[in-house]
Structures are given as C-alpha cells and as structure tokens.
Design a protein around this ligand. Structure first.
Ligand code: FAD
Ligand code: 2HG
Ligand code: ZN
Length: 521
C-alpha cells in the first residue's frame, strides 16, 4: 500500500485506504458504442426529428451519382452499410439519433476540400464528426446529413522541441497525442475523461475545457494556429506556430468553439507545456459546500503555481460511481469531496507545500478526512472517482445534462433547488465539476426520457443561471440540444452578428444544420 495518509490528525483520517485498480478499458474504447448490450434495440433512442419535432430543411438527398463521385475522391473510404453507420448516427449519451446514409473518411485536407466543394454545389448538408463524444447532440446528424469523419486524419505533422509547438491533423486522438508527447517530455495542455476517444479537432470545435484548464488556460490561448476547409471547399490557412501575431483579425478563434457550423478543422498547431515530473493528488472530504469553497480559497493561497486541478463532487456523484462502476470511495460518508492536484518539477518542494496546505485545511476544520496519492496507479484511481462520473451516470438511466458556469459561491445552490423542485420524479440529481473554473455539471437521471421532467428542468435551470449572471454552456457547447437557449447567455445583437458570420461563410447553410446558432427563420 503506497498511499500515504496525510500527516494530519490521524483520528480524523481513514486508516485503511484501499482503491480498486483501474478498470480496463478506460477511455481507450468507449464501451457504449462497441458493446452489444448498448446496441440493443431497446437502448436505441428515437429519431431526433420525432422526439424533438424538427422539420428537415430543403437540402438535396444523396444520390447514386454523389456516392460515385465520393468514391472517386476517397476510394474505399465511403461507408454506406447501415450497420457500420449505426454507431455514427447515435450520440455517446444515446439521446439523439439521425439517419445518415453515408459516412466519408478523408485522409487529407485536399480530400476534405473536394468533398465539401461537391456538397456545397449539390446543396448536400454535412455533419463533421470526430470521436463522437460530444454531450449536446452536435456530432450526429439530425436527419440524413452526410457524416464526414476525421478518424483517418491522425498524423502528427511536426513537433518543435524548443517552443513545444505541436502541429497535427485534426483526427489525432487526444490520449495518443499525450503518449506521443510524454516520450519527448511534454504533455497536452488539456485533459478530459473522453481522452481515449475524442479527437483534437473535436476538442477545438467544442472549445473543450476539462481538467487542466485551471493550470494551462483555455484552447483559445493554447491553440497557435489552425487550418480549416470552408463550406465551398476553399482552404483557410491560419496554421502558424507563433506565440505572438497581431496581424489583423484572429480568424482561428472563429473556428474554436464553432461546433462544425463554419467549416471543418483539418489541422492545428498547439502549444504544449513540459510534462511535470512531480504530481500529487489529494482527495478531501468536507461537511458542506461552504467548506468546499474555503478549501478552494486555501488551495489557491497555499499551493499557488503548483496547483493544477481543483474539482468537486457531491456525495451523490460518489454514490453513482460506486454503484455502477464498483469504484471504492476511500473516504466514505462525506457530503462533499474536493480533488486537488499539484504538478511541478520538484517533488520535495511540492510535497512540503501540499502538506502545509493539508495541515491548515484540517486545523481550520475545512476538511474532515483526506488521502494523498503520489504514485501513478493510485493517482489514476483517485482521478477515476472524478473522471468516470459521466460514464456512471449514463449507466444510471436517461441523463439530463447541464453544464453551467456562474459565480462559484452560487454553484451548489442550484443543485439543491433542483433536487427540491423535482422531488421523486428524478432518480438522481448530482452536482460536481471544475470548482477552480466556476463550472458546475448538474446532471439529473430518470428511468427514461420524459417531456414532463424536461419541462420541470427547462427553462428553470437556464433562468436560474441567467439570473445569477452565469453561462448556460460553460464548456460542452450548444450543439442540437441547447441552440435555442443561447439567448440566456448572449444578447440578441450578439446572436445576430453570429448569424451574419455564419451566412457569410456558409450561405447555403450546409455545415452542421440545426445546431449551435439559431436559424434566422
Ligand atoms: P465530436 O463529439 O465528434 O464532435 C463535437 C462537435 O464538434 C460536433 O458539433 C462536431 O460536428 C464538431 N466537430 C468535430 N470534429 C470537427 C472538426 N474537425 N472540424 C469541425 N467541427 C468538428 N468536454 C469538456 O469540455 N470538458 C470535459 O471535461 C469533458 N469531459 C467529457 C467526458 C466524457 C466521458 C465525455 C463522453 C465527454 C466529455 N466532454 C467534455 C465533451 C466534449 O465536448 C468532448 O469529449 C470532446 O471535446 C469532443 O471531441 P470529439 O472528437 O468526440 O468531437
Ligand atoms: C466532466 O467534467 C465533463 O467530467 C462531463 O465535462 C460532465 O457529464 C458531465 O456532466
Ligand atoms: Zn467538465
């Protein structure tokens, strides 16, 4: 047992800290789409168009001639077999379903360009797809949009060992990039639970936040350049690797977070930090949310530059990973948990700082119990309790998912109010998230989808968030599910300019229709 329990008041600590070894596969494969259990008839969601009552826009339908044309551009990489298409038509959460008849797998930017040029000329709608781990229904078609996958665009183009600039194609899997960089002593500036499946292009397209944002900032700062194919097939080359470049408008920012509605990101350049040589993770138990906030303040105060993550979970989140994934909570019976990670280059220095922080946290009564991990296996086990909540929730039933940012002191009040409001109509209401970023993940599960439960949640959650000056989508984007709620977080004037930009770049509206930006109709 190489866990060392904090040098704290040992009476308050759990002496026997036992964590299960990490279950395989982690996120290397997302079990949902590959296992028969989840591909069974009963688990297939109804068609999006039926559940959400959407009307198809007047795009062309794919013809035999179109398929022949695509086969000339990418021979052997035009997928039309219904069973091969099944997993690509359903989102990871299994809540929305389209019925695309064709999936295209280009390898190069030029191939993407030829495909989009043809689609634009023919008025064929398309949906770009990376790892299909998006949580707002943006990555699958609503009707029969052509799927364009980046799965085969998985090459690293270059890495600069001095600046840390990585240039790669959009279909590289986040975790593969991490492994590639680890050998060179570097790491990716972002990390998320879906790392084994999500593509870096998908991360940019959603402006994914994740677990390292507190330390390395958002992709809007770490992405140095990108290349995108516009709907008419022209290639926009903004793929430079400069830290500083103030020549004109920063067009790459338009594509970061655009969720496939303006073009297809084909390559990018990203600034990668050195891989920290000393990492510590502490899991702490707290009695109530105000103590969670006190721990966070103390954390920032005492850990300063070595603080690399600060996440919180409520007891319901913990219950759900224990129930569905059989993970073991080393600190049972706490109302709240805070996971603190430090990363640095000097183990001794970091441990000293961490211990001072922990002693203060215990002495001030902010924390009732805690455990620290310093070796990789145990660190991953502690992180599993946090990272795998999304997976556990999906096993609990139908999930209503809200991803909100707001002043940190308000974060948990919404969870409590939602619980009271829903009463027994919800199976489970959990609150957890990126405490350091003021980002709450409020999730509600029920046996199945119900319009009544949805009406109890919306617009309540959005109104509550807006009233507290928050954002109704902190990091997952708007996709299909949240597009029309954008007005809770953006003014009508701002949305109007977005619509004009969309129209300028995509006058026929073929790029990921029904998503992200409300239509002008
Ligand atoms: P997809 O799901 O395939 O696509 C997402 C959107 O981007 C779609 O609208 C799609 O059309 C568009 N798109 C994809 N590729 C391109 C491209 N090359 N060019 C243009 N548009 C494109 N998100 C967070 O922010 N933080 C988290 O901590 C986090 N954790 C997660 C944990 C789990 C278990 C899961 C399942 C999801 C999580 N997510 C998180 C959601 C997150 O949005 C995705 O995991 C990830 O960023 C999407 O990447 P992807 O390659 O799977 O994209
Ligand atoms: C996370 O932080 C992800 O784990 C997913 O953003 C959050 O499932 C969710 O609600
Ligand atoms: Zn998150």
């Amino acid at each position: 047992m190489s866990y060392f329990v904090l040098r704290l008041d040992s009476r308050k600590l759990h002496s026997a800290v036992r964590l299960l070894p990490l279950r395989e596969p982690r996120w290397g494969q997302i079990p949902f789409l590959s296992s028969n259990r989840f591909m069974s008839q009963e688990k297939v969601p109804p068609l999006t168009a039926e559940r959400y009552r959407v009307s198809r826009l007047p795009f062309s339908e794919v013809s035999v001639e179109d398929i022949r044309h695509f086969q000339k551009i990418i021979p052997g990489r035009v997928i039309t077999d219904e069973s091969d298409l099944k997993a690509h038509n359903i989102d990871w959460l299994r809540t929305v379903r389209g019925h695309s008849k064709v999936l295209l797998k280009p390898r190069t930017t030029e191939e993407v360009s030829k495909i989009l040029k043809h689609c634009n000329e023919r008025g064929l709608a398309v949906t770009p797809q990376g790892g299909n781990t998006g949580l707002v229904g943006g990555s699958v078609p609503v009707f029969d949009e052509i799927l364009i996958s980046t799965a085969l665009m998985d090459q690293v183009i270059s890495f600069d060992d001095v600046s840390g600039a990585l240039v790669c194609q959009a279909g590289c899997v986040l975790d593969s990039l991490n492994q590639y960089l680890a050998e060179l002593g570097y790491t990716m500036p972002l990390d998320l639970g879906a790392k084994g499946s999500c593509h870096i292009g998908g991360n940019l397209a959603t402006n994914a936040g994740g677990l390292r944002l507190l330390r390395y900032g958002s992709l809007r700062g770490t992405v140095l350049g990108l290349e995108a194919v516009l709907p008419d097939g022209s290639i926009l080359d903004c793929l430079n690797s400069l830290r500083k470049d103030n020549t004109g408008y920063d067009l790459k920012q338009l594509f970061i977070g655009s969720e496939g509605t303006l073009g297809i990101i084909t390559a990018l350049s990203i600034m990668c930090p050195r891989k920290p040589s000393a990492v510590n993770v502490a899991l702490l138990g707290c009695e109530n949310f105000s103590k969670v906030l006190q721990v966070f303040t103390l954390c920032r105060d005492q850990l300063g530059e070595i603080l690399s993550a600060c996440e919180f979970m409520d007891s319901e989140s913990m219950r759900i990973v224990q129930t569905h994934l059989k993970l073991i909570n080393p600190l049972p019976d706490n109302a709240f948990y805070v996971l603190v990670e430090t990363s640095g280059s000097c183990g001794k220095h970091d441990e000293e700082k961490l211990n001072i922080f922990l002693e203060k946290a215990m002495d001030s009564g902010f924390v009732t119990s805690g455990t620290v991990a310093t070796d990789q296996g145990k660190i991953m086990s502690l992180w599993g309790l946090r990272e795998r909540i999304t997976e556990a929730l999906a096993l609990d039933g139908y999930v209503y998912k809200y991803d909100l940012s707001m002043p940190v002191e308000k974060l948990y009040a919404l969870v409590e109010e939602t619980r009271v409001r829903l009463g027994s109509s919800a199976q489970c209401v959990v609150g957890y998230g990126h405490l350091g970023d003021g980002n709450l993940h409020l999730n509600v599960t029920a046996k199945s989808h119900s319009d009544a439960l949805l009406s109890a949640l919306e617009p309540f959650v959005y109104e509550w968030t807006s009233k507290h000056n928050g954002s109704i989508s902190a990091e997952h984007g708007l996709g299909f599910k949240k597009r029309d709620h954008i007005y809770y977080s953006k003014s009508a004037g701002a949305v109007h300019i977005m619509q004009q930009l969309k129209h300028m770049l995509d006058p026929k509206g073929i790029m990921n229709p029904y998503k992200t930006i409300p239509s002008t109709d």
